[in-house]
Design a binder for this molecule. Structure first.
Ligand code: NAD
Length: 358
């Protein structure tokens, strides 16, 4: 019997609770199949926490997260809270939780399922074999630099500053090298070193630590070139590591290679093995409560948790293979179905994946 791992479950709003329920079913099945053991502790977060506790991120929820080994998050937000003041908005809770838990990187895989190639806007032959991860720095760079307005020679001016220190660069680049070591051992470091000083520091740090990872093949790619190559030769990438703003844009571009938002998992990591795992999609208020949401993004987030936080490689692979088998057998939720009349619901999709696990 494996030691008991504590999982903080923060289902949130809209379809969050619906998709998280299916992910927990999958986790329970891996307990049976692989002798794993989890203790789930639920916390309020987002809109529901605003309604019940008067804040999007109650202290007790944060405490639950801090005493856990990993966090499983659904999604937050909805029209009910859209016009609230900033401190009473669900999204403020998202920024707060990442900061409070020291999560400085965001990891997003983009994997093509052969049977869903048609859902992408790219040609199937370009997508063939695409399986990449974007590692984005989350707490530094231009989004967090000093911002101000001033009176310039031609009137009003706005200034955003981009600052990175070597420590911030090193910790995320090391994380990316380590992820690459567990995959196909290729790392693309993306910057704009021909123009930006922060990028020149970024590249220096990458080159300084690269010799410590001799088994990983490193390439430096300028961000504009990377944007092009993601569309031209996506399958040649394994792990991409980049700063905050470039990562924001490139991870959305990479996500769209796969065609459906209901399929995309993500992780936010800090120092050590602890991580927060969530689907890339939001709370989908337009379909909430109807039992038709696609739970696959959240289920694949569990596979990511097993791999990145716990090292449960076999169980992770079993989840991914079950998802693939169910899709190969033709089962689809509404968002990925060509013939919508054949679409199955959230619970049915979860049940099929559980049944397909070996
Ligand atoms: P969304 O991702 O919730 O929905 C976009 C579209 O994709 C909708 O048509 C929705 O029905 C569909 N969709 C999303 N997930 C799906 C799934 N699993 N299965 C089937 N269809 C799915 O984005 P949005 O509409 O821009 O935002 C809705 C709310 O979610 C907002 O309040 C927003 O702030 C919030 N949001 C939260 C997060 C988060 O919790 N991390 C992320 C993005 C948006």
């Amino acid at each position: 019997m494996a030691d008991v791992k504590k999982i903080a479950v923060i289902a949130g709003d809209g379809i969050g609770p619906e998709v998280v329920e299916e992910a927990i079913k999958v986790m329970k099945k891996t307990e049976e199949l692989y002798g794993l053991s989890f203790e789930f502790e639920h916390g309020l977060f987002g809109g529901i926490a605003i309604d019940e506790k008067g804040t999007p991120l109650p202290d007790e929820t944060l405490e639950i997260c801090k005493r856990s080994d990993a966090v499983l998050l659904g999604a937050v937000g909805g029209p009910k809270w859209d016009s609230n003041p900033k401190e009473l908005r669900p999204e403020t809770g998202l920024l707060g939780i990442r900061k409070a838990l020291g999560l400085f990187s965001n990891i997003r895989p983009a994997t093509i399922f052969d049977c869903l190639k048609e859902a992408s806007t790219l040609k199937p032959e370009v997508l063939e074999g695409t399986d990449l991860i974007v590692v984005r720095e989350l707490t530094g760079g231009i989004y967090f630099g000093e911002k101000f307005r001033r009176e310039g020679e031609h009137g009003e001016e706005a200034v955003d500053t981009c600052v990175y220190n070597a420590v911030e660069v090193e910790r995320i680049v090391r994380q990316a090298f380590e992820i690459a070591q567990k995959r196909r051992k290729k790392l693309a470091s993306v910057d704009k070193a021909n123009v930006l000083e922060t990028s020149r520091l970024w590249r220096e740090v990458v080159n300084r630590i690269a010799p410590e990872y001799p088994d990983v093949e490193l390439e430096h790619v300028l961000v504009d070139n990377c944007a092009m190559q993601l569309l031209r030769r996506p399958s040649s990438f394994d792990v991409i590591v980049t700063e905050n703003m470039f990562g924001d844009i490139l991870s959305d571009e990479a996500a769209m290679l796969t065609g459906s938002i209901g399929m995309l998992s993500s992780a936010s990591l800090g120092e050590g093995a602890f991580g927060l795992y969530e689907p890339v999609h939001g709370s989908a208020p337009d379909i909430a409560g109807q039992g038709i949401a696609n739970p696959i993004a959240t289920i694949l987030s569990v596979a990511l948790m097993y791999r990145l936080t716990f090292g449960y490689e076999e169980a992770a692979a079993s989840i991914e293979e079950a998802v693939k088998a169910v899709l190969d057998a033709g089962h689809r939720t509404g968002d990925i179905a060509v013939d919508k009349s054949q679409a199955i619901g959230t619970t049915a999709m979860g049940d099929l994946i559980v049944a397909a696990m070996k």
